[in-house]
Design a binder for this molecule. Structure first.
Ligand SMILES: Cc1cc2nc3c(=O)[nH]c(=O)nc-3n(C[C@H](O)[C@H](O)[C@H](O)COP(=O)(O)O)c2cc1C
Length: 207
């Protein structure tokens, strides 16, 4: 597919076919996805991949306990054969910005603390990788959903031994798509580009 087609075709998938996903394809997608820009080329976006039934089962136990599943709107999401957890390692950014070529500006001192960063670039960079993953999946005919860890996030961190300083952004479910319905949010439609594009300033030309 052309890139513009892939971008337009990508939609979140919340119902998956139980067909397994080959590890080689999963690895190919994840390896491609990580080729994203990163501040100082720090490359602190890590991907924790859960593609076995035990690890996926454990993930769902912690984030969607069995007693709550009956009312869950997207039961087919739990069939996704792979879950990829994007993790942003801020420690790599601190280390990178302590290197001589980046540590030169004493006013910024970005290597000293995450609090010195006006924008947490480790999250920005990790989000770029996630979008790459969603697009790469679409290009290969796979379905994908990025979703938040609204429940059990600390338990997931502990179980997966995610170190301090590494932030879990959420999870990407990946697999072969089954018949799906879009979320209610999609009915909102795309905002008018004229309202989103601010040519020359926030209010410029918007009498
Ligand atoms: C940061 C972020 C968090 C999201 N969290 C969830 C989520 O927890 N559950 C879910 O079903 N969808 C989630 N979504 C998907 C959005 O609902 C979806 O992207 C949006 O409705 C537009 O639909 P589309 O991606 O299919 O075009 C999330 C998307 C983003 C970017």
């Amino acid at each position: 597919m052309e890139l513009s087609e892939v971008i337009r075709a990508r939609r979140m998938t919340r119902n998956f076919d139980p067909r397994p996903l080959e590890r080689s394809l999963l690895e190919e997608l994840c390896t491609l996805a990580r080729r994203a820009p990163s501040a100082g080329f720090a490359q602190g976006a890590e991907l924790i991949i859960l593609d076995g039934p035990e690890t996926r089962g454990r993930f769902w136990e912690l984030t969607l306990p069995v007693p709550e599943r009956a009312g869950f709107a997207w039961p087919g999401l739990l069939r996704a054969p792979a879950l990829v957890l994007p993790a942003a390692d801020s420690r790599r950014y601190l280390a990178r910005y302590r290197e001589p070529d980046k540590a030169g500006d004493p006013a910024r001192r970005l290597g000293e603390s995450t609090r010195a960063w006006p924008v947490p670039y480790w999250l920005v960079d990790c989000a770029f990788v996630v979008q790459n993953l969603l697009l790469a999946a679409t290009d290969r005919g796979l379905g994908a959903l990025f979703f938040g860890l609204f429940r059990g996030a600390q338990e997931v961190r502990d179980w997966l031994q995610v170190p301090e300083g590494v932030e879990l952004l959420g999870a990407v479910a990946l697999g072969w798509p089954a018949a799906d319905r879009p979320s209610n949010s999609v009915a909102r439609g795309w905002r008018d580009p004229a309202a989103v594009l601010h040519w020359g300033g926030w209010d410029a030309g918007r009498g």
